[in-house]
Write a new protein. Structure first.
Length: 533
């Protein structure tokens, strides 16, 4: 375990990595399921070389560097290398394209983009919209594919670089920017200090009794908080080992867990449902798993994990990129269906009235509001969006936009979203950005995007849109779906499309999405998974 676990002044990534490289250098830090690994010593050495390579190209501490790449050892080298240099990792979803991608790159103002060759086409398509980019560093493939638009460099040049010897960042410095969905506007870039990212990992250690003997199975994208900080960083802090599969696979899940002697893993409710859908087998309990962190963890899921798979601890929690995980299910005392209790050593959480910010008594539904107890253990704001930062932080509480209730025993239950965003299979989706994309289709007059419940338990939301079209446009639902497929990331493409004469509105002309949600995906609504409708 990292020696400075409780001293926030030492919560900085390069300091943690250097400590573990010195104490357990030959121990595997990350092993890929399909081959390849990094020991702690190798991770530290290679991070230094990546930092030196980037510094040689003019990248300095505090600079933003956008990264568009799949989960793998190169992503980990980049994360650790940027951390050593003190530059800021701008972690972008690999499925972004069009306006989604250009907005985030414009907001980040990164001069350097590190990108896997498989995603170059999406970047080339928006070249005119991202004038800040000067250099594109390509992982794999041909670095010359972007010549003419930007200076191009091959990422593997880091191997011949000398280690960076400059100053390292501290706990107050910004480690990363990760984008979270907008509500009434575009996605916002969350400024994450080094202490904030460390505290994600520390929360997992404290609340899941992690030790250096644990083996963490990581199957989620590294551009999200869950995989990068809750899973990989907790592994690093604990001096444990991680096993990484680049993409989640329900059919390989149990085989991987068994073969690699996994003791802990994180899932989302939707991923759990995919595992439950695999055929039961006589060896479902043949594994070393001691704990699964799965959010949400409805009672039905909890029962299957325990009865079919024999997992002793199924934990849940509540958190956001902005606020860390201030709520965890207490080990040995979990209550399925609840998020858990407040992680009170480092956070305050209250249920308050969403309009007045007044505290509410136990049992009363209100907005979940959070604030930290440790300096820089929280977001530093929204990048280049000071008005959104002030709005979220009004009255000295961070407003999550989520409705919840706390009971007399201190267990918090997440109920629904007060804010207008959609969550589908682990992705937060801005309804605003979905609407803006579809409005670009000629003949579309108005669009309202909203969430409808997924059919599977724990499956979160499906994306639905109500669309008003010009009578003579000649557009139907399949044409709208085809346009969305071209212009929206796969996770944001609507499953349900309802062509309507008008959208319900309040007397002040605001769209009443609650009425659209109440109607839902009923008769006459086009379903992309049932093309015959």
């Amino acid at each position: 375990m990292y020696d400075n676990l409780r001293d926030h002044r030492h919560w900085a990534l390069p300091e943690v990595l250097a400590f573990q490289a010195d104490k357990r250098g030959d121990k595997p830090f990350v092993t890929m399921v399909d081959g390849g690994a990094l020991t702690y010593a190798e991770a530290n050495t290679e991070a230094g070389k990546v930092a030196g390579f980037l510094a040689g190209l003019g990248v300095a501490g505090g600079d933003t560097v956008a990264v568009i790449a799949p989960a793998g050892l190169d992503y980990i080298r980049i994360w650790l290398g940027l951390g050593r240099l003190g530059a800021i990792l701008v972690a972008l979803n690999t499925e972004l394209k069009g306006a989604f991608l250009s907005h985030q790159l414009q907001n980040a103002a990164a001069k350097l983009v590190i990108i896997d060759s498989a995603h170059l086409a999406a970047l080339r398509d928006i070249a005119a919209a991202v004038p800040d980019i000067e250099t594109v560093m390509v992982i794999g493939g041909d670095a010359g594919l972007c010549e003419g638009a930007w200076r191009t460099v091959a990422f593997d040049g880091w191997q011949g670089s000398s280690a960076y010897v400059g100053p390292a960042p501290g706990y107050r410095d910004i480690a990363s920017i990760i984008y979270t969905s907008g509500t009434t506007g575009p996605s916002k870039g969350v400024l994450i200090p080094h202490a904030h990212s460390f505290l994600f990992g520390l929360g997992m250690i404290d609340n899941h009794a992690m030790t250096q003997d644990d083996r963490f199975y990581v199957t989620m994208p590294l551009f999200h908080i869950n995989a990068l900080y809750l899973q990989l960083y907790s592994t690093l802090i604990a001096g444990a080992s991680a096993v990484l599969r680049p993409r989640f696979s329900a059919s390989n899940w149990l085989a991987d867990v068994r073969r690699h002697r996994i003791t802990i893993t994180n899932l989302l409710g939707s991923l759990a449902a995919f595992i439950f859908a695999t055929p039961p087998g006589p060896d479902d309990r043949d594994h070393a798993l001691r704990v699964i962190h799965s959010a949400p963890n409805p009672p039905e899921h909890d029962r299957i994990w325990r009865d079919r798979f024999g997992v002793p601890e199924i934990m849940s929690g509540f958190g956001m990129t902005e606020v860390n995980l201030p709520i965890y299910g207490p080990m040995g005392r979990v209550r399925p269906g609840t998020a858990g209790v407040v992680y009170g050593r480092y956070f305050e959480v209250e249920i308050r009235h969403p309009d007045t910010d007044e505290p509410l008594p136990p049992g009363t539904v209100g907005e979940i509001m959070v604030r930290p107890r440790v300096p820089f253990g929280f977001m530093a704001g929204y990048h280049r969006m000071p008005d959104k930062t002030v709005e979220a932080w009004r009255n000295f509480w961070f407003h999550t936009g989520d409705a919840g209730v706390i009971d007399a025993d201190g267990y918090v239950t997440f109920l629904d979203r007060i804010k207008d965003c959609i969550r589908r299979r682990g992705e937060n989706i801005s309804s605003f950005e979905v609407e803006e994309a579809i409005l670009r289709l000629p003949g579309v007059r108005e669009v309202a995007a909203f969430a409808v419940p997924a059919a599977m338990v724990g499956g979160e939301d499906e994306v639905m849109v109500a669309v008003v079209i010009d009578p003579d446009a000649g557009i139907d639902a399949p044409a709208i779906a085809a346009f969305a497929e071209q212009h929206l990331p796969r996770f944001a493409q609507p499953r349900f499309i309802d062509i309507v004469d008008s959208l319900p509105r309040t007397p002040t002309a605001k769209i009443q999405k609650n009425k659209l949600r109440e109607r839902g995906a009923g008769s006459g609504v086009w379903d992309s998974e049932r093309r015959d409708r």
